[in-house]
Design a protein around this ligand. Sequence first.
Ligand SMILES: Nc1nc2c(ncn2[C@@H]2O[C@H](COP(=O)(O)OP(=O)(O)O)[C@@H](O)[C@H]2O)c(=O)[nH]1
Ligand SMILES: [Mg+2]
Length: 247
Amino acid sequence: MQVTVIVPTYNERENIESLVTQLLSLPVAPRIIIVDDNSPDGTGAIADRLAAEHNGRVEVIHRSGKLGLGTAYLAGFRQALADGADLICTMDADFSHHPSFIPAMIERVGAGYDLVIGSRYVRGGGTVGCTVGRKLLSWGANLLAHLLLGLQARDTTAGFRCYRREVLAGMNLDAIRASGYSFLIEMLYRVQQMGWRVGEIPIIFENRRQGRSKVSRQEIAKALITVLRLACLRIVDRRRHSTSTPS
Ligand SMILES: Nc1nc2c(ncn2[C@@H]2O[C@H](COP(=O)(O)OP(=O)(O)O)[C@@H](O)[C@H]2O)c(=O)[nH]1
Ligand SMILES: [Mg+2]
């Protein structure tokens, strides 16, 4: 079974090399796709060196500038599918998502799930070193996702995920409109709508020690718009469904 881990990067010079080393030493022998958006700190050049050192196991997609987390995932998904990956994982480069949780995520997929989330909000999960503001943001985003979109997973904004190939291959990836962080919510919404089985395993999310978060006010505003757009879509879909279902 081929496992591919997609790591989007923007200014992750301090993290990327040790992350790649730790990922490559996992027993599941993953391939890694780094999607770098021309990071000003030179992350892309480090990624190229790692790709040369680990030929065939590390691949780099270079994009011209900061085009957003969501479209970075999409570029990685397309490449992973083309490369024949069976399982496609996504994670941050900053060790908030520790590689050591990946085997448990894969095991859970094997237990019959189509998407497994590395979750802060199931029993045994949690966060370390996060500010109150950050916790409130995450809490608020999850509350809206549950109330307005009916998402069932507890951690709907987590970027630590493992998808079965069929989930991504069966989805019209071009139809996903969110390009930034809210891509994660839109993706989960679509996965749930399609009836795939979503599972969660507990993880301890450690706030990044190196570098800075790229979540901005603009990203938060865009996420709110995404949730409202999907909530409207959900209402329209429900109406359509109720008028087309014979009573
Ligand atoms: N390629 C790419 N990567 C990004 C972009 N924005 C964020 N990232 C990466 O996506 C991951 C999540 O971002 P991060 O700043 O850690 O978000 P946080 O964990 O929510 O604070 C990190 O690995 C970032 O380097 C982007 O626009 N393009
Ligand atoms: Mg992060």
